[in-house]
Design a binder for this molecule. Structure first.
Ligand code: OAD
Length: 236
């Protein structure tokens, strides 16, 4: 890798797997235990809000008890030390990147730790349950929902992401299956722009063939090794 200055890192559930947070598409993963249509679509929420709120209350509570692993720590180190541009685009709704100390993080699928009021559009930090339909702290309507992007909804801050990819010299994808768009398409956008691309994943992802290089293994090993390489040899 030569003359790398600006980096976009995309992370998925695989980076949090070793912290004990279930991925979606592994054997026994979340989407085997729950139907996407029931718990991750606006239609499912309209049909049965209690089921959806209970599902996210459980996930929020579980996430709060997890800790960042060495992969999150390594990304935070990159964030602290990398002097070029860096954007950490995560599909994850946990806050383990932030708890490891990373700052340049963008949650394209939202976060479990915000409540979104569908009456006044306010987003409020939230760690408690929502099942009792608590009032919005801003407008007091009982219209809160988890601030997570469901299937059929537009991911957040797409313009900022594409603009970072356009300026990037390197696109790195970590712990994501490449099954969900638009994130799954970023590698092809990067290729069209002649940007260097690297995948770090437990196994080859669905989009593996699009990457210049793909390394297989647990994120807790691959990511610290890669960050060492970047901080040791990258142009900063
Ligand atoms: P997936 O569950 O689809 O994929 C997780 C990937 O991580 C798989 O390719 C695993 O092989 C890999 N993996 C598992 N353990 C790992 C480890 N220890 N180290 C490295 N890699 C590991 O999760 P995502 O790709 O993040 O969206 O899923 C994308 C989106 O689909 C999620 O954001 C969510 C989901 O439906 C919404 O809810 C909108």
């Amino acid at each position: 890798m030569t003359d790398i200055r600006n980096i976009v890192v995309l992370t998925g559930a695989g980076i949090s797997a070793e912290s004990g947070i279930d991925t979606f598409r592994s054997d026994g993963g979340l989407w085997e235990q729950h139907r996407i249509e029931d718990v991750a679509t606006p239609e499912g929420f309209a049909r049965d809000p209690e089921l959806v709120l209970r599902f996210y209350d459980m996930r929020r509570e579980a996430i709060l008890q997890k800790r960042p692993n060495p992969a999150h720590d390594a990304i935070a180190r990159l964030d602290a030390e990398w002097q070029g541009e860096l954007l950490i685009v995560t599909q994850n709704v946990d806050d383990l990147h932030e708890r490891a100390g990373a700052r340049r993080v963008l949650h394209m699928h939202g976060t479990h730790l915000n409540a979104w009021c569908t009456s006044c559009d306010a987003r409020t930090p939230w760690t408690g349950p929502m099942i009792d339909r608590p009032p919005c702290p801003v407008c007091e309507a009982r219209s809160l929902r988890p601030d997570v992007v469901w299937f059929g909804e537009m991911p957040y801050e797409m313009e900022r992401i594409y603009s970072a990819i356009h300026r990037a010299d390197l696109f790195v994808s970590i712990g994501t299956s490449g099954a969900v768009y638009p994130a799954a398409g970023f590698v092809r956008d990067a290729r069209q722009l002649n940007i260097e691309t690297l995948e770090l994943n437990l196994e080859r992802s669905q989009g593996s063939q699009w990457f210049h290089r793909s390394r297989q293994g647990p994120a807790s090993q691959l990511v610290p090794d890669w960050v060492d390489e970047m901080l040791g040899t990258g142009t900063r």
